[in-house]
Design a protein around this ligand. Structure first.
Ligand SMILES: Nc1ncnc2c1ncn2[C@@H]1O[C@H](COP(=O)(O)OP(=O)(O)OP(=O)(O)O)[C@@H](O)[C@H]1O
Ligand SMILES: [Mg+2]
Length: 294
C-alpha cells in the first residue's frame, strides 16, 4: 500500500477498497491446505502485499500451530464483546495479519443483528488495510465452508494426486458451481506431486470432468511437490518457506505466490487493483440470511 493511497483513504474516511478474498478448500482433509496457505501468505507478503490470513478451521492442524504461535483469544471473544478484532490479530512473518477464527466461526450464522453489524464494521477495517484476505477452511464440504467460498472472489481448491482427494475436489467444485451458478472463479493447486508434469496431469483430468459435466473451467494455479521439508518444518512449528528456503516446496510456494499476484492483483498495486463494493463479512452475512441451513 502506498502512503499516498493510505492518506487518501484516510481523508475520505470510508472503506472504498476491500481486500480480495480467496478461500482455500479441498473436501478431503489433510491435503496440505493449511501448510500451503500459511507459506504462500508469507511469500505474498514478501512481494510487498498486505496479507490477512483468516483461520476458520475448527480442526486440529491450525495455522497458529504451524507458526509456533499461541493465540489466547479468537473470534469467539470478539463476538462475546470481550476483545476487539485488532486485539486478537497476531503478527505473523512479513507482517501477515493472522486472525484466529477457531470456535467463533460456527456461531457466525446465529449472531444478533447488532453483533453482526459490529463484526462487519471491524472486519471491514482489516479488509480495507489488506490487499488479499486468505481464508483457510477445514476438511469436508460443510455449510460453513460453502458460505465462505461463496462470499469470496476466488475459490482455491487444493488436491493431491490421490483418487480420494481428486473425487472430493470435484465434489466441492460441483457443489460450489451449482450454488454460485458458475459465477465463482475456481483455481486449482495440486499438492504432493513428484513432478510438475504429474500436477498438470492431475489438473487436466479434473478439468476434463468439470468441463464435461458442469461446463465449468477451473484454472491451474500451480503445484507443490512432495517434500520432506514440509513435515520437518511442521515438527519445528515453523513455516517451511523460512525453515528451509532452498527446498523444492519453498521454491514452489514462491512461484505460487507470484502466480497468485499475477492472477488476482493484475496491476500488482493495492490502489489500482479492481475491488468489490462491499466487505466479505457483509456478503457472508447476507448469504446466511438468504440460505436457510439444511
Ligand atoms: N507437499 C507436501 N510434502 C510432504 N508432506 C506434506 C506436503 N503437504 C502437506 N504435507 C503434510 O501433510 C499433513 C497435512 O497438511 P495440512 O495440515 O496442511 O493439511 P490440511 O489440508 O490443512 O488438513 P485439514 O483438512 O485437516 O485442515 C501435514 O502433516 C504436512 O506435513
Ligand atoms: Mg488445515
Amino acid at each position: 500500500m502506498s502512503d499516498q493511497a493510505a492518506t487518501l483513504r484516510g481523508m475520505v474516511g470510508q472503506h472504498h477498497h476491500y481486500a480480495k478474498v480467496v478461500t482455500f478448500a479441498s473436501g478431503k482433509g489433510g491435503v496440505g491446505k493449511s501448510n500451503i496457505i500459511v507459506n504462500v501468505a508469507i511469500a505474498l507478503a514478501g512481494l510487498d502485499l498486505k496479507i490477512a490470513l483468516f483461520d476458520m478451521d475448527l480442526g486440529l492442524a491450525n495455522i497458529d500451530i504451524l507458526l509456533g504461535m499461541t493465540p489466547h483469544h479468537n473470534l469467539s471473544h470478539v463476538m462475546a464483546g470481550q476483545k476487539s478484532l485488532t486485539d486478537i490479530i497476531l503478527p505473523g512473518p512479513n507482517n501477515v495479519m493472522i486472525i484466529p477464527g477457531a470456535s467463533g466461526v460456527s456461531r457466525l450464522a446465529n449472531l444478533k443483528e447488532q453483533e453482526r453489524a459490529t463484526l462487519i464494521e471491524s472486519f471491514a477495517e482489516i479488509e480495507a488495510r489488506a490487499d488479499l484476505l486468505l481464508v483457510d477452511t477445514g476438511a469436508g464440504i460443510s455449510d460453513n465452508v460453502l458460505q465462505f467460498a461463496l462470499a469470496s472472489q476466488v475459490l482455491v481448491v487444493v488436491t493431491t494426486p490421490e483418487p480420494t482427494a481428486r473425487m472430493d475436489a470435484y465434489a466441492l467444485i460441483k457443489t460450489v458451481h451449482r450454488m454460485s451458478e458458475g459465477a465463482l472463479p475456481i483455481q486449482v493447486i495440486v499438492n504432493g506431486v513428484a513432478s510438475k508434469s504429474e500436477a498438470e496431469q492431475v489438473f487436466q483430468s479434473l478439468l476434463a470432468v468439470c468441463e464435461r459435466h458442469l461446463s465449468n473451467h477451473p484454472q491451474f494455479l500451480g503445484f507443490v511437490p512432495q517434500d520432506p521439508a514440509i513435515p520437518k518444518a511442521v515438527k519445528k512449528r515453523r513455516p517451511f518457506l523460512l525453515n528451509n528456503p532452498g527446498s523444492p516446496a519453498a521454491r514452489a510456494v514462491v512461484d505460487l505466490a507470484a502466480e497468485m499476484r499475477r492472477v488476482l492483483l493484475p496491476t500488482g498495486s493495492n490502489a489500482a487493483a479492481p475491488r468489490v463494493a462491499n466487505s466479505f463479512f457483509a456478503r457472508l452475512f447476507s448469504l446466511f440470511s438468504s440460505r436457510s441451513p439444511q
